[in-house]
Design a protein around this ligand. Structure first.
Ligand SMILES: O=C(O)CCC(=O)C(=O)O
Ligand SMILES: [Fe+2]
Length: 316
């Protein structure tokens, strides 16, 4: 990975405390600086990733009426299909040039939850679509929980601090299709500059370039994951909870040059959310005289609702 530091999950999982410490230091430093890392030796296999992309491409090739029959606006787009142009970046009026799908949590039987999640929408035309999506969902969730353990140690919390909140949390797997561009997009882009809402985002390699991340000095850098890497960034919930110690870096997906307007782009982020009742109040470990508390207290559920209104998925 160019531009973004690479870390190896095998170091964190190793029996050697020096390697584990090296991983924690590297990932902590990366999130205090550029806000993105590329992670090797995660739990999503190449085979599963390839199978998922095949199913996802088949879904987006279905007729638009079929896809729209799977749209659930009453759920704030949190499950099933969201059609082209519906979502916009916070503060922007032009819709993004994308359509997407959301797979949500299917909690384990023994999960003691104070909330219930809406059911996933099942695509009847594609027998393997849902199962493949949920298999990838679980592997990405498992990977994400290890990353959060390393971050907990970096911050000075117990290693398992996030486990309860992230296991059976309100996470979302979002396959996105950016279709060919057929006319001058004016101010619209594939994905407007934004910070992600959630705790952390895990992103497998996209089918084409376009993702850019913003450095602290304002400069945009291309970010393309290698085949065996996941790109992982901190979202606004974790930035808030850590009182800006860990940075939610602004990123976007730019339109291709005109000669490539005819190309499709597919990308599949996993947004790791906690349970809705997690308090995102700034951690004591991250507040001191030099770092006064920057944010009001709020729960993850309240913060998510607020943001879904701001990006056009929930109508007020
Ligand atoms: O398409 C991509 O590669 C990233 C999309 C993204 O940043 C998002 O959906 O939050
Ligand atoms: Fe994003």
């Amino acid at each position: 990975m160019q531009n973004i530091p690479s870390v190896d999950l095998a170091d964190f999982l190793s029996e050697d405390p020096k390697k584990k410490k090296k991983f924690i230091d590297e990932i902590g430093k990366a999130y205090e600086e550029i806000g993105f890392v590329a992670l090797k030796n995660h739990f999503l296999s190449d085979d599963l990733e390839e199978k998922l992309y095949t199913e996802v491409e088949k879904f987006f090739q279905l007729p638009v009426e079929t896809k729209k029959s799977y749209e659930r606006p009453e759920l704030g787009g949190q499950r099933g299909y969201v059609s082209f142009g519906k979502e916009h970046a916070k503060g922007k009026k032009e819709g993004d040039l994308k359509e997407f799908w959301h797979f949500g949590q299917e909690p384990s039987n023994d999960a003691e939850l104070t909330e219930t999640y809406p059911e996933n929408v099942v695509v009847k035309e594609l027998p393997d679509f849902n199962e493949t999506g949920m298999e990838a969902y679980r592997m990405l969730e498992k990977t994400g929980i290890y990353v959060l353990r390393a971050l907990a140690l970096h911050i000075g919390l117990q290693e398992n601090y996030f486990d309860h909140w992230a296991s059976n949390g309100n996470s979302i797997l979002r396959p996105i299709h950016y279709p060919p561009i057929t006319s001058e997009p004016e101010n619209a882009v594939r994905a407007g500059a934004h910070g992600d809402i959630n705790l952390i985002t895990l992103l497998m390699g996209a089918s084409a370039p376009g993702l850019q991340v913003q450095r602290r000095d304002g400069q945009w850098l291309d970010a393309i994951a290698q085949k065996d890497e996941l790109v992982i960034n901190v979202g606004d919930m974790l930035q808030r909870h850590t009182n800006n110690k860990l940075r939610s870096t602004i990123h976007r997906v730019v339109n291709p040059p005109r000669e490539l307007w005819h190309t499709h782009r597919y990308s599949i982020p996993f947004f790791l959310h906690p349970r809705s009742d997690m308090k995102l109040d700034c951690l004591d470990e991250c507040v001191d005289d030099n770092h006064p508390k920057e944010y009001e207290d709020i729960t993850a559920g309240e913060f998510l609702h607020q943001r879904l209104v701001e990006i056009g998925l929930i109508k007020k």
